[in-house]
Ligand binder design. Structure first.
Ligand SMILES: [Zn+2]
Length: 194
């Protein structure tokens, strides 16, 4: 197992599955949008929402990320209730923003900051779980062994157990993964691995 991850402020989600059988095998990093407006402190608000979910609305994710802060809701080794089909082998990142954002909206100051924070956080998981900085196809997601990044929408399309379409058609995958690669390299340098 690679280096331990960052210690984010932790607000434990109400619903998740504690993994007690050693180290969980993580193969996909799943990107979500919170479907929220662009404002400060939304990451904390969503983490608090995950902590107080009613039983008929079970939901959680590992990290809640906005333009300034990151809150952790589920520990890395535990299973979030985020996208059925990719929960047991996924790390789930909730990004402030909406799936309906267009290309320009993903480039505004707020979303750019969200993407930077998310890319930096994702980079730690690439190192920890040896996940390549690669956007998987639906076929690769479905093969149950390829490692990389997917959107929640792909989990819906492949496993047919939810109808969520986030993070949306205009999510800037190329820009995002380039930033993940940048932070992955920076982290390797600071760890003396490169
Ligand atoms: Zn989602």
């Amino acid at each position: 197992m690679g280096p331990e991850t960052d210690n984010f402020q932790f607000i434990e989600a109400k619903f998740f599955t504690r993994f007690t059988n050693g180290t969980r095998a993580v193969r996909v990093i799943v990107i979500h949008t919170m479907e929220t407006s662009e404002r400060n402190n939304i990451a904390e608000d969503i983490a608090k929402d995950f902590a107080h979910r009613p039983p008929d609305k079970k939901a959680s994710a590992h990290l809640c990320i906005d333009n300034k802060k990151i809150f952790q809701s589920v520990k890395d080794n535990d299973v979030a209730f985020a996208a059925p089909g990719a929960n047991s082998d996924g790390i789930h990142l909730e990004l402030a923003g909406r799936a309906a954002q267009n290309e320009e909206e993903w480039k505004d100051e707020y979303s750019t900051a969200v993407l930077e924070n998310a890319a930096n956080a994702a980079a730690q998981y690439c190192l920890k779980y040896d996940i390549p900085v690669k956007h998987l196809s639906n076929a690769e997601l479905g093969d149950k062994k390829s490692k990389g990044f997917v959107g929640h929408v792909q989990v819906s399309e492949v496993f047919h157990r939810s109808d969520h379409r986030d993070p949306g058609k205009a999510f800037p995958w190329d820009h995002f993964l380039a930033r993940v690669e940048f932070f992955r390299t920076e982290r390797k340098k600071s760890l003396g691995l490169a």
